[in-house]
Structure formats: structure tokens, C-alpha cells
Design a protein around this ligand. Sequence first.
Ligand SMILES: *Cc1c(COP(=O)(O)O)cnc(C)c1O
Length: 376
Amino acid sequence: MKHYTFLDLGIVNEPYFAELSEAANRVIESGRYIGGREVDCFEENIASACDAPMAIGTSNGLDALRLILLGYKELRMLKDGDEVIVPANSFIASALAVAHCGLKPVFAEPDYDLMVMTGRSMEPFVGDRTRAIMPVDLYGRVAWDDDMAKIVSRHNLLVIEDAAQAIGARSPVKGLFGSHKAGALGHAGAFSFYPTKNIGALGDAGAVITHDARLAETIRALANYGRSPKSDSYDYRGFNCRLDPIQAALLNVKLKYLQRENADRFARATAYNNTIHHPMVKTPLITAYVNDCVWHQYVIRCERRDDLRKWLVDNGVESAIHYSSPLHRSPCMAEYATHPLPVSERLANEVISLPIASGTSVKDASDIGRIINEFK
Ligand SMILES: *Cc1c(COP(=O)(O)O)cnc(C)c1O
């Protein structure tokens, strides 16, 4: 029986081994191990790839989100206790960032069909104390639409986009500052280059992109002990959240292949959607715009999820659950579990992620689709 691995990072990086080694060696031999050219170059590359004027490399995606929120607090645009809307179906980091910064996460529902937050799904959770929203481009699908833009302008909200899963995605609806790219749709966006992401480092790495020059300057200081690059004084109680040049050099290699990697994911997602025809299985939406979704995960839904998962195991197919618990059900978020979130609960019970990374061919996706069609 053929075995279908969910994800093998060795296989993901194999096409780049030679170039990655060369890049790592360049840093090793340079004698410069913090900041410098590789990091500057990465920041230019990521800003231009994502259609944003400014980028700051960070230690990881969680720190990128926290730096944005803390930057806005230093700029007095957010203050302790302010409410930030976060979809309840996300990775824990989205909510952790808000809670760590003394702000209050208010969990909102996603749209059931799209599995991301939309203006309509979010609206009931917006109140007098809402100051910001954190749309999450979950599974690689941009969480942005005209309704959301209208709510943001009506309530004068900050938009902090968690684009950790969506590098390279393009929104059909223009962002607040004219960009269409994931991460650049709101005031600021965070990326993660955790090794499993569409573009992964060989370790931890992240980035902030923003349209706000004051925020960029504040974040740059906050990420480096709060030290002002101009006056050489410690203006903020900062942190050490810098991006390592060795990771920057590796990411400069991998970023060149962003389009190709995402196109391959799209081809696998299309093969799945074209093959899976089962009355109990709901496949994700593929829209007319190719990069609406960059397929960080390919997620199907089934009310008999656990039985289907067992069927997959019995047939050699590995799968994963993203995520088995909505955020408000995590013990550490209990104080924010103040209202029912039935859509998020339902999704947590129904979702299954199928193999989508390189290592899974288009033919593998069709084969897995046929195995699903035989589920009884
Ligand atoms: C991966 C991820 C993060 C956090 O990124 P790290 O680099 O692991 O800290 C945040 N939000 C979402 C939606 C993610 O998928």
C-alpha cells in the first residue's frame, strides 16, 4: 500500500539545498551574525513581494503580531483593555498576541463556507470598545471584503492582519491603502516563516509589513531593546525580537520561488476539488481568482470526521486537524469565552487537512480524492 505523508520538510527544501547551503555559508564566512545586508535585503524583498512600503524582519510570527500591537500602544493608538476582534477559528498565536499585550481578544465567528472571518460574520461582535480587528488569512485565504472595509471605516478601527499562512495571496478587494496583497490589506500585517509555512525558514523567523512609517520606526526600536536608531537612547522598554541574518539569507533564496510554490499548491488543491465527489464531504471553495487562496492547508469538512480520518489512516493517508479546538475553548483563553460561537465549534468538529505541500504530487491528490470517494 502506498503511504501518503502529510508533510516532510526535507522534501520541501530539497530542491533548494544547494542554494540554501551557499547562502548559509555566505553568512558564516561574513563574520556578521546580527543584522546587516542579508536582513536589509530580506526586508526589501518581502516588502516588494507583498506590495507594502515597509517591512521589518522579526524573530517569529507571534513576535511580529505582538510588536504591531505594542507599537500601536506606544503610539497611543491602542491602550490597555481595548478590544481586538479575533476569529475563534485560528492558531492560538493570534489570540495570544492580543492577550499578551494587555488588550482584550473578542472572539468572532468565521463564515462557515469560506472558513475565514468576513465583514458579515464579524459585524455582530463589533462594539463601542472595539479598537482593532485581526483578520486571519486562515489556510491561505485572504480574510478581507467590502463589508469589512466599510465596518473598519465606520468604527475607525485598526486592521492588523495575521497573514502568517497567506504569503503571496491576493485579495480581489483592494486594501485600505490600495494594495491587494495579503499582509498589506490593513494598517499592518504579520508573517511567519515557521518551517511548515508556504515559505519556511530553517528555524524561526517572521516579519511585519506596514503602510505606517511611524509604526515601522517604533517596531524597529521595540524589536531591538527599545533603542532609537537616531538618538541612540532607549525610548521604549523593548525586547529582543530580531530576525537572524542566517534565516534572512535562507529566506532570500526561498522567496524567489514563492510564485512557483503557490502555483504547485493551487494545482494540488484543484486536483482534490476535481476528484472529491462524496455526499458527506464538503470541499473548499476555489474561486475565479487564482491567488485568492494560496492553500497553506487544503481543508475538507465532514460530519463524520473521525470515521473519515480513520478510513484515511487505514488507506495509508496521513491527515491533520487545524484546529481541533476553537480558541475560546483553550483553557488559557477561558476568561474571554463569554459568548456562544457555534460556527467555530462546528468547524473544529468537521475539518480535516489533507497533504498539500511538495512531496504530494497532483496524482497523489487525485488518488487521495478517490480514496475519500470510497468512504462508507
Ligand atoms: C504560524 C502562525 C502564527 C505564528 O507564527 P510563529 O512564527 O510560529 O510564531 C500566527 N498566526 C497564524 C495564523 C499562524 O499560522
